[in-house]
Design a protein around this ligand. Structure first.
Ligand code: G4P
Length: 531
């Protein structure tokens, strides 16, 4: 990522836009909370305790909001730390792998991977890591829960290197573990960081030393632990690669910090790491060209749409990653898909403790634009150029189930709820030509549970998902007369999606092959572009 691009304006250069990836329970929420605390966005941190399925199916930020009584956004948060502006984008908390997560990761320039020191690389960590790898995202690693019995430090590092095929450079080295955990040796700055067990929100005490031979170390570390530390660090320096910023920025090396989020330990060092090593807002790929953050005209793309953020208002917020320029409230933008102008009069920035109207934003920032459904995932906003940002994936639905309201009187309401989720990109919704009801297509089975619970919570409609008899969906495009011919003789296979586009549903690959053979003028596709 280091290249010959011109330096960014200082306001843009100070921005760091990133996500946290973790297996459930590794400590993502706790770490987020500490970020907000040190970023001055909240005044007090406590343990966030909300258990059960509900917790997993809702955004963790929403959980924070409920539990802490603070107003934070469900999808993006901005806060300042030192001279930096951090934009933290939430990845959905539930353990099924959803499309949302992929799309979220298209909006960030880096990711923090949190692993549990006792568990190492877990299944969800690996999946999320693979998505980051597809985009060569720089990754910083935080090995959490070092205050508990954890695995041997070399073993953890080896596991990451082998499992994820990435070089690991220790930025700190833990001293002891579990009850004996004292803190860490900061390998980047030759400092000693000591954890305060008495106050969980207190930042570690830093002891300036001249290196591992400094006699001062013995004042703070018992002899056996000190001997072990010296030996391990010596070995680490010999066997493990030193931190190389270029390798980090191109995604082939991750620096690792050892800490304990709940004890606020190692968190500031991690924040310094993101700040100091970057990356700055990166160029974004459009099908026409690369769009550099330093370009003056404002451009951005929608990577997420969220409805019902406030249950009292049926509002819908489109989350836009600004790719370039200096955005000012009230700006007239071109909504590229509809070719219509759009005055952005009420953008919100999720700054500090509030969702606030923002007067301005810069490339790298995430702004929320309340709207009535005009803005969809993948849409571009520009100052006139017809750009199409690429890289926002569209997914072929792999599981198709029909859905029914348990109360038939609620069928109409259910339709509305389903359309809303389809527009959010949470599911594909099909209305078959024959029969009543709807068919919902998703990528991961758990998404059905998530949808059922959201439909019940947000719309008060209990629903049931059941087998639809279909396993594949293909969008059909082509000359109208050919389409009509196909539809006339295959009504039982035809449905329309929420945009009114025709879809062919089937259980057999044979059926698809037959249509391709018999209707050469028609095109069948497994995904629909998000445009
Ligand atoms: P998640 O968002 O990644 O799912 O994890 P979350 O932050 O909710 O943390 C999961 C559990 O791990 C929480 O416990 C949290 O308090 C605990 N935890 C987080 N960081 C640390 C740490 O540094 N050390 C220790 N020992 N625990 C940590 P919980 O849900 O309250 O359950 P319980 O463990 O209190 O029963």
């Amino acid at each position: 990522m280091l290249d010959n691009r011109p330096p960014l304006p200082p306001e843009i250069a100070r921005r760091r836009t990133f996500a946290i990836i973790a297996h459930p329970d590794a400590g993502k929420t706790t770490l987020t909370e500490k970020f907000l605390l040190f970023g001055g966005a909240i005044q007090m941190a406590g343990q966030v305790r909300a258990k059960g399925e509900a917790r997993r199916t809702r955004s963790d930020f929403m959980k924070l909001e409920q539990d802490r009584g603070i107003s934070v956004s469900a999808s993006a948060m901005s806060f300042d730390y030192r001279e930096f502006r951090f934009n933290l984008v939430d990845t959905p908390g539930h353990s099924d792998f959803s499309e949302d997560t992929y799309r979220t990761l298209t909006a960030v320039d880096a990711a923090i991977m949190v692993i549990d020191g006792a568990k190492g690389v877990e299944s969800q960590t690996r999946k999320l890591f693979e998505v980051c790898r597809l985009r060569d995202l720089p990754i910083l690693t935080f090995c959490n829960k070092m205050d508990r019995e954890s695995r041997d430090t070399f073993e953890i590092i080896d596991e990451i290197q082998e499992n994820l095929a990435i070089d690991v450079a220790p930025a700190s080295w833990p001293i002891g573990s579990g009850r004996e955990f004292l803190g860490a040796y900061d390998l980047m700055n030759d400092r000693l960081e000591l954890m305060d067990r008495a106050d969980r929100n207190k930042v570690a005490e830093t002891v300036q030393i001249t290196g591992l031979d400094d006699p001062k170390l013995a004042d703070h570390i018992p002899a056996d632990l000190l001997a072990k530390l010296r030996e391990e660090v010596e070995m680490a320096r010999e066997l493990l690669p030193a931190f190389d910023r270029a390798a980090f920025l191109n995604g082939s090396m991750t620096p690792i910090w050892f800490g304990s989020a709940i004890n606020s330990f190692g968190v500031k060092e991690l924040m310094e790491g993101i700040g100091n090593f970057g990356p700055e807002p990166q160029p974004q790929k459009a099908s026409e060209r690369m769009v550099g953050a330093e370009e003056t005209p404002v451009t951005g793309f929608v990577f997420k749409v969220q409805a019902n953020m406030d249950p009292k208002h049926r509002d819908r917020v489109a989350f836009v990653r600004l790719a370039s320029g200096h955005f000012e409230r009230g700006m007239k933008m071109l909504h590229v898909r509809s070719k219509k102008p759009m005055a952005v009069t009420n953008p919100v920035l999720f700054l500090a403790a509030d969702r606030e109207l923002t007067e301005e934003a810069w490339a790298g920032d995430i702004i929320g634009i309340p709207n009535h459904g005009q803005l969809r995932i993948g849409d571009a906003l520009t100052e006139g150029e017809a750009l199409r940002f690429t890289g926002i994936p569209s997914f072929a639905p792999e599981l198709l189930q029909s859905v029914r309201a348990t109360d038939p009187m609620k069928a109409k309401h259910l339709e509305k709820a389903l359309m809303q989720f389809a527009e959010e990109g949470a599911a594909k919704v099909f209305k078959p030509m024959i029969g009543s009801g709807f068919i919902v297509g998703v990528v991961g089975a758990l998404q059905f549970d998530v949808l059922a619970s959201r439909i019940e919570i947000e719309y008060g409609i209990p629903v049931r998902f059941e087998g639809s008899g279909f396993t594949s969906a293909r969008w059909i495009a082509g000359p109208q007369d050919e389409m009509d011919k196909l539809i006339n003789v295959n009504k039982q296979h035809i449905a329309v999606d929420n945009d009114g586009d025709m879809v062919f549903l089937t259980r057999l690959q044979w059926d698809i092959d037959r249509v391709i053979r018999d209707y050469p003028a028609l095109k069948l596709t497994a995904t629909k572009e998000m445009m």
